[in-house]
Design a protein around this ligand. Structure first.
Ligand SMILES: N[C@@H](CCC(=O)N[C@@H](CS)C(=O)NCC(=O)O)C(=O)O
Length: 212
């Protein structure tokens, strides 16, 4: 099965690229951008009119939304064991955490990176950003408490959720006022364990060189 991924580095597409590597499937990257002043490839916009990456193409069609792509790929390549099977007791936690990442943690990040999307008046943007930072702290704390003493997000076994978690931690920027990962020791432990995956070492080589 061949895939095409509309891609920009340091974006949510990077986590999907790691998953494609973990699955060992053939894929092609199509360079896109997150710079709002630059145009997107027409095909990307046709599939995702929001203009965001990642966008995944397969079998002549395409889809977007990181959590949905993760579930889709893990189900399609279930032999890779990146996700609990339908009857596994951790299946609920797997789905819950992916959707929480996408709907709550990512929204908190967006409020800090793109405050103009959340308020009407430019003068309200600083306040939105400040609330976004507080929301980041609240949502990461929920995840930290959820992980507790577990080795991985879902307990004993590594999964796609750990890749997603790692990707999100790379967006934490104390220079923007975000909390430091050290505030969430369980998240930090899982992120560090995930870093040792060869797929992360390859795809996040630049980030790891700058940050570890
Ligand atoms: N909910 C979407 C969000 C994707 C998203 O925010 N992508 C960012 C990069 S991390 C992007 O393309 N930003 C460019 C823009 O907003 O114009 C997902 O999870 O896939």
């Amino acid at each position: 099965m061949d895939y095409k991924l509309f891609y920009a580095s340091e974006s949510a597409a990077q986590g999907i690229r790691v998953m494609l590597e973990e699955l060992g499937v053939h894929y092609e990257l199509i360079e896109s951008t997150t710079d709002r002043s630059k145009p997107r490839p027409a095909k990307q916009l046709e599939i995702n009119p929001n203009g965001w990456v990642p966008v995944l193409m397969y079998d002549g069609t395409g889809m977007y939304e990181c959590a949905a792509i993760t579930i889709f790929l893990c189900d399609r390549h279930s032999e890779a064991n990146l996700a609990p099977k339908l009857d596994d007791v951790t299946r609920g936690l797997y789905l819950q955490t992916l959707v929480y990442f996408s709907s709550s943690v990512q929204t908190a990040f967006q409020t800090t990176y793109y405050p103009d999307r959340f308020v009407d008046m430019p003068e309200a943007e600083a306040s939105a950003q400040k609330r976004g930072i507080r929301r980041l702290r609240e949502t990461w704390q929920v995840i930290d408490d959820q992980i507790g003493n577990n080795d991985w997000v879902l307990g004993k076994y590594f999964s796609a959720v750990d890749i997603y978690l790692f990707m999100l931690t790379t967006w934490l920027s104390p220079t923007l006022g975000h909390p430091d990962i050290s505030e969430f020791p369980n998240v930090k432990r899982v992120a560090h364990a995930t870093m040792s995956r060869p797929s992360i070492q390859r795809i996040y080589a630049d980030w790891l060189a700058k940050n570890s």
